[in-house]
Design a protein around this ligand. Structure first.
Ligand code: NAD
Length: 270
């Protein structure tokens, strides 16, 4: 008997699938038997990530800009004509940007408004636009699961990342809002949730967490002091919650924002 945690044969789209989190989640979805379509703005990133994953199952890479509705609609057309449905959308395109991170010496008044706009645009609209384009197909078919990526920067203020924090907090309320809209106006089987990863060392934050000599920065030490598990996460530790939220086992869960953070968001630090 198939478990209700199964996502076998589901059609899954992963935006930003050429990146660290997106490719790790794509791999987990493939291993669980889903058919995965990876979208990324960078052809090279798609080529690099996908060649490794092809042996695990059916995976397709498509170049797509999540900030361009025409690009998203063209991809939706292609997916619907080939697979006929969309069951899962993981919105993993996003991330902080070096220009949008204040240095220790800068204040918010030194922030370049262009960088603020870039980081809020990618992280907020880069989630909203794919959710609208692919969510419309889910609403029509009467089922589907969307997972957005939130952040620890939405629970309490984290120094140096004003734009990223604002954008991810927008992702949270959009997650709740779209969950409400789709369940009330379409079908309760179209669900929208978010995961809020804690601290995982990745390309976007390596420089602020690890010194060139490999030791932890002062910022890292502060993060670990507020993390009851006293360690950084491994990105594979996101896979369990992603598969659960995409499966029928999560049939009564929509509009939730679930931290995966070793306890960081639960702990006052004292
Ligand atoms: P990453 O930079 O490795 O990957 C992001 C991918 O998105 C890249 O491959 C990039 O080419 C793609 N992308 C950028 N702009 C795009 C666009 N306009 N259209 C399509 N694709 C585009 O970042 P990551 O570390 O994998 O982060 C993924 C998500 O997880 C982000 O939302 C990030 O904020 C979030 N997150 C990451 C961490 C972490 O520790 N790595 C922690 C919390 C949240």
């Amino acid at each position: 008997m198939e478990s209700n945690f199964s996502i076998a044969n589901k059609i899954a789209i992963v935006t930003g699938g050429g990146g660290v989190l997106g490719s790790s989640i794509s791999k987990a979805l493939l291993k669980a038997g889903a058919k995965v379509i990876v979208l990324d703005i960078r052809q090279e990133a798609l080529d690099n990530r996908i060649s490794d994953l092809k042996k695990l199952g059916e995976i397709t890479g498509l170049v797509c800009n999540v900030l361009d509705m025409d690009s998203l609609k063209a991809v939706r057309k292609e997916i619907m004509s080939k697979w006929g449905r969309i069951d899962i959308l993981i919105n993993a395109a996003g991330g902080n940007m070096p220009g949008a991170t204040l240095t220790e010496e800068q204040t918010v008044f030194d922030m370049k408004i262009e960088d603020f706009n870039k980081v809020t645009n990618l992280n907020l609209n880069g989630t909203v636009y794919p959710a609208l384009v692919f969510g419309e197909a889910m609403a029509k078919q009467g089922s589907g699961s969307i997972i957005n990526i939130s952040s620890m920067a939405t629970y309490n203020a984290i120094t140096r990342v004003p734009g990223y924090s604002v954008a991810k907090t927008g992702v949270n309320i959009f997650t709740q809002w779209l969950a409400m809209e789709l369940a009330t106006k379409f079908d309760e089987k179209v669900r929208v949730n978010a995961i809020a990863p804690g601290f995982f060392i990745g390309d976007q934050n390596r420089a602020v967490l690890i010194n060139p000599d490999g030791s932890y920065t002062e910022r890292s030490k502060k993060v670990l002091a507020k993390t009851p598990m006293k360690r950084f996460g491994d990105i594979t530790e996101l896979n369990g919650i992603v598969q659960f939220l995409c499966s029928d086992a999560a049939s009564f869960i929509t509009g939730a924002i679930i931290p995966v953070d070793g306890g960081f968001s639960a702990f006052s630090g004292v």
